[in-house]
Design a protein around this ligand. Structure first.
Ligand SMILES: Nc1ncnc2c1ncn2[C@@H]1O[C@H](COP(=O)(O)OP(=O)(O)OP(=O)(O)O)[C@@H](O)[C@H]1O
Ligand SMILES: [Zn+2]
Length: 746
C-alpha cells in the first residue's frame, strides 16, 4: 500500500478487508498511527513480508474508489521508474495530482458516480480457443477504439453486438468485465475565468496543411497495439496549431482522448482559449497554474467519460486517460520537457512515446526547429517526417539584419541599444506597428561589481553573483539584490565587503535595464515587460499578452518566454538584444538551443499581412549560429551538428548519465563523489562506459549545499547502473544523489 504521510511517501503492508476485499489499483482508507490516510493498493501478496508477524499488521479500513488506477497506467509508472532509475514511489509522487493520497479524510471528495460494467482484454489470456466471427468483430472493435478497455454499453453500441458474445468471450478468458464507477461528464471543466467563448469553426486548410493532416489520419496498417511517431517540422507561422486542432477533432470523433503538451505555462492560456472555442465541453487543462483541487478534478475527469482534449505542461503526460488516441508535443525541442530535479529525471517525450506505443496511439512532435534527437529518429526510420515549408498566408519569413556591435563600439557607441536598433524601432512604432525585444536575463543587471577591487557581490548561500533588481517608488527608485537560485534577498550594500570602497557598478543588462534604456533613448515609446517577475499569479501571462495584443504598448521586452507561440499580426519586428551570451554558454547543446530560440523569436515578426524584420545585435557576426539564422538554414546547421557529434562520439550517438551529489558539507560531498566514482569505475569500464570526474558542479554551491557531479558516457543501450539503493549505500550520511539519465545540460 502506498501511503503519503507528511512530506514523505511510504510503502506499507496491511491485511485485506474481510468484508469488502480490495485489489491492486484501488484507493482505500488505511489506519496510520490512529489516523485514517488514503492509500493506493500497489500489489497483493499471499503472505506478510519476511519477519513481520501477521498479527502486527493492521487491516484496510474502507474502499474509497474501486479501480482508481488501471493496469496499463501502473505499467507506465513501472516503466518510468525503471527508465529513470527511480523508485515507483517517486514516480507516483510526480504523476499523481497533489493531495490525491494523504491524510485528508474530511475534504477528500472524489466524485462517486454510478456503477457500470467495464470491459477490457484479459492481459494474460489462458486459452487459445477459436472465436466466432461475431466475437472476432467485437475484439476488433475493442482493439481499434479502446485498447485499454471501455464501458460495456459503448462497446455494444460501437460493435452493434448484443451482450451474449461479450459474456462468452469473458467465459473463454479473453475478456474481463467488472463493475466500476462511471462519472458522467456533467461539468467538464472550468472555462478560464471571465472568458465567454464564441464557438469557432475549423479553418479551411491550405493544400500543404491538408496533405499533412491526411497523412496523419490515414490508416497506418500497423498491427494493433503498436504506436506511431510523427515529426511535424513546420516553419514558424505555417499553421501547425490548426493541424493539432483538426487532428484532435479526428481522434475525438473516434472516441479517443487527445493530449496536447506545451513546454511552458505561458503558452497554455492562448491554446486553451482556442481549444474551448473549438471543442466546447471536451476540454480540460492540467498545469501548476491550477489549484490542487482543480488538478485533482482534471485527473478524475480523465478517468471517466470523455473523450477529452487535455492541454497541459510536462507532468500532464502521466494523466490516466483511458483511450489515448493522440499526444501532441508542441515545440518538441524545448528543454523544459525534461525534468532535472527532483527525481524522476524524465523527458516528457520519452514517456509520451512509451504511452503511445502502449496504447496504439499517435505521437505528434511539432516544431519549427526540431531537436537533434528527433531529427535523428526520422533519418533512422522509426519516426515519420512531415514538413510545412511555407507560411499560411504565403507570407515571407522576415529578413534578418545583423548589427556588428564591435563596429558600434569603434564608433563610440557604448550603450546596449545600437543606433540602427533605435532608428528601426522609431520607424516601426511610428507606423503604428509593434516590436518584441528579447533579453536573456531578467532583473536590472546580472551582477554588481566593486569598481575599486573588481569583486562581484555574491549570494551568501550560493556560488553565484547576486542580480540587481530595481524597485520604482513615487519619484525615486531603490535597488535590491536577489539570488535567482535560492531566492535570497538583501538590500544594496553601501560599501564593498572586500575593500571598503563605496563605488559599485551594475554590470550587464537585464529586462528592467533595457526598458529603462529604451525609455531614455526613445521617450515616446510605450513599453511592457514580460518575464518571470511580471507574470506572477494565475493570469499573469494572459494579462500582459492581452495588453500587448490590444496595442497598449509598442514594444514588449522579455526573456525567452517571449519567443514562443505568440501570434500577433501587428508585430513586425523582433530583436535579439545580445546574442552572444546564449551562443557561448559552456554546454554541448548551447549552439543548438541558441539557434532554436533565435528562430522562434524571429518567427514572431511579420505573421500577418505586413512583412516582418529581425535585428540581431552581436559581437560575433560570423559565428555559425548567427550565419545559420541569417541564411535561414536550420536544416544545414542540424546536419552539420549531427555529423560533428557523430564524428566526436557525442550524444545522441552515445548515451550519457549525470550523477549529481549535494550535501551541506563541502568536504563530505567531495568525498562522497570520490567514493561513488571508485565504486562504479570497474563495473562501468567493463561495459565500455567511462566516468568523467568527480568534479564540482558548474554551480558548485546552491542554498548552502555543495554540489559535485560524475558524468558517465557509454554506448547506446541500457545504463549499466546498479540500483539507486546500492549507489546511495556507498555515500556518507548527509550526501544526496540525483540520477539524471540523458541529461539536457552537459
Ligand atoms: N488554413 C488556414 N487558413 C487561414 N489562417 C490560418 C490557417 N491555418 C492557420 N492559420 C492562421 O495562421 C497563423 C499562424 O498559425 P499557427 O499559429 O498555427 O502557426 P504555427 O506553425 O503554430 O507557428 P509557430 O510555430 O510560430 O507557433 C494563425 O493566426 C492561424 O490562425
Ligand atoms: Zn543564492
Amino acid at each position: 500500500m502506498l501511503v503519503e504521510i507528511g512530506q514523505g511517501t511510504l510503502l506499507l503492508t496491511y491485511v485485506n478487508n474481510p468484508t469488502e476485499p480490495v485489489e491492486t489499483g484501488d484507493l482505500v482508507w488505511v489506519p496510520v498511527r490512529k489516523q485514517l490516510h488514503a492509500g493506493l493498493v500497489m500489489a497483493e501478496r499471499p503472505e506478510p513480508p519476511a519477519g513481520v508477524p501477521k498479527q502486527q499488521l493492521q487491516t484496510v479500513k474502507k474502499l474509497i474508489l474501486k479501480g482508481a488506477f488501471s493496469r496499463v497506467w501502473r505499467q507506465l509508472i513501472g516503466w518510468c521508474a525503471e527508465h529513470t532509475h527511480t523508485s515507483q514511489l517517486q514516480v507516483l509522487r510526480t504523476a499523481l495530482p497533489p493531495g490525491l493520497l494523504g491524510q485528508r479524510a474530511g475534504n477528500h471528495k472524489l466524485p462517486q458516480g454510478r456503477r457500470q460494467l467495464w470491459v477490457e482484454r484479459q492481459p494474460h489470456p489462458c486459452t487459445q480457443q477459436d472465436v466466432t466471427e461475431r466475437q472476432q468483430h467485437l475484439l476488433h472493435c475493442l482493439d481499434r477504439h479502446a485498447p485499454q478497455g471501455c464501458w460495456l454499453k459503448d462497446l455494444l453500441q460501437d460493435s452493434g453486438c448484443s451482450r451474449a458474445p461479450v459474456e462468452n468471450l469473458v467465459k473463454a478468458g479473453l475478456l474481463m468485465m467488472e463493475h466500476r464507477h462511471h462519472i458522467a461528464p456533467e461539468q467538464p471543466q472550468l472555462q478560464p475565468s471571465g472568458s465567454g467563448h464564441t464557438p469557432e469553426t475549423p479553418q479551411r486548410l491550405t493544400p500543404d496543411q491538408s496533405r499533412v493532416l491526411a497523412s496523419l489520419t490515414a490508416p497506418t496498417g500497423l498491427p494493433t497495439g503498436g504506436g506511431r511517431e510523427v515529426l511535424l517540422w513546420g516553419i514558424t507561422g505555417s499553421g501547425k496549431t490548426e493541424i493539432y486542432l483538426q487532428a484532435a477533432a479526428f481522434w475525438l470523433a473516434q472516441g479517443r482522448d487527445v493530449l496536447i503538451l506545451c513546454p511552458e505555462i505561458g503558452l497554455i492560456p492562448q491554446l486553451l482559449d482556442r481549444c474551448h472555442r473549438r471543442f466546447p465541453d471536451r476540454v480540460l487543462s492540467y498545469s501548476s497554474h491550477l489549484s490542487d483541487g482543480e488538478r485533482r478534478r482534471t485527473w478524475e475527469h480523465c478517468r471517466h467519460g470523455g473523450p477529452w482534449l487535455v492541454v497541459g505542461t510536462r507532468s500532464a503526460v502521466f494523466l490516466p486517460l483511458a483511450r489515448l488516441g493522440l499526444v501532441v508535443l508542441d515545440e518538441e525541442h524545448d528543454p523544459s520537457y525534461k525534468q532535472e530535479a527532483p527525481m524522476p529525471c524524465y523527458h516528457a517525450r520519452d514517456v509520451a512515446r512509451h504511452r503511445t506505443q502502449q496504447d496504439g496511439a499517435c505521437l505528434l512532435l511539432g516544431s519549427a526547429t526540431p531537436s537533434l534527437e528527433s531529427w535523428r529518429r526520422c533519418r533512422a526510420g522509426p519516426c515519420q517526417l512531415l514538413r510545412l515549408k511555407e507560411r499560411v498566408a504565403g507570407g515571407q519569413l522576415p529578413a534578418i539584419r545583423v548589427v556588428d556591435m564591435r563596429q558600434e563600439l569603434a564608433r563610440g557607441q557604448r550603450t546596449a541599444i545600437s543606433r540602427p536598433l533605435r532608428d528601426r524601432l522609431e520607424t516601426v512604432c511610428g507606423r503604428g506597428e509593434q516590436a518584441v525585444v528579447f533579453v536573456p536575463r531578467r532583473g536590472y543587471s546580472p551582477f554588481l561589481n566593486c569598481r575599486s577591487c573588481g569583486e562581484a557581490m555574491m549570494c551568501p548561500h550560493c556560488a553565484l553573483p547576486l542580480t540587481v533588481h530595481r524597485h520604482h517608488g513615487p519619484g525615486a527608485h531603490h535597488d535590491v539584490l536577489r539570488c535567482h537560485w535560492c531566492n535570497h534577498r538583501q538590500p544594496l550594500q553601501t560599501h564593498c565587503h572586500q575593500c571598503g570602497s563605496r563605488a559599485f557598478k551594475p554590470f550587464g543588462i537585464g529586462t528592467q535595464r533595457v526598458v529603462e534604456l529604451l525609455q531614455q533613448q526613445l521617450p515616446g515609446l510605450r513599453l511592457l515587460r514580460y518575464d518571470h517577475d511580471t507574470t506572477r499569479g494565475k493570469d499573469g501571462h494572459r494579462r500582459i499578452l492581452e495588453q500587448f495584443a490590444r496595442h497598449r504598448a509598442d514594444v514588449l521586452v522579455g526573456t525567452q518566454m517571449l519567443a514562443k507561440g505568440m501570434d500577433l499580426p501587428n508585430v513586425t519586428m523582433a530583436v535579439v538584444l545580445a546574442a552572444d551570451g546564449l551562443m557561448h554558454r559552456p554546454d554541448l547543446r548551447a549552439q543548438e538551443q541558441a539557434l532554436q530560440v533565435f528562430f522562434q523569436l524571429a518567427g514572431r515578426a511579420g505573421r500577418g499581412m505586413k512583412p516582418g524584420e529581425v535585428l540581431v545585435q552581436t559581437y560575433a557576426p560570423e559565428h555559425v549560429v548567427v550565419r545559420s539564422l541569417v541564411e535561414g538554414c536550420y536544416d544545414r546547421f542540424l546536419n552539420q551538428e549531427m555529423e560533428s557529434r557523430r564524428r566526436h562520439g557525442l550524444v545522441p550517438y552515445v548515451r550519457a548519465c549525470l550523477l549529481r551529489l549535494s550535501g551541506a558539507s563541502a568536504r563530505t560531498t567531495a568525498n562522497g563523489a570520490a567514493l561513488l566514482a571508485a565504486h562504479l569505475s570497474p563495473r562501468l569500464h567493463h561495459r565500455r562506459w567511462t566516468v568523467v570526474g568527480p568534479a564540482p558542479a558548474p554551480v558548485a554551491r546552491v542554498a548552502r549545499r555543495s554540489r559535485w557531479q560524475l558524468l558517465l558516457h557509454g554506448p547506446e543501450g541500457p545504463l549499466p547502473l546498479p540500483p539507486g539503493q546500492e549507489l546511495r549505500s556507498v555515500l556518507p550520511r548527509g550526501v544526496d544523489l540525483t540520477i539524471d539519465p540523458d541529461p539536457m545540460h552537459l
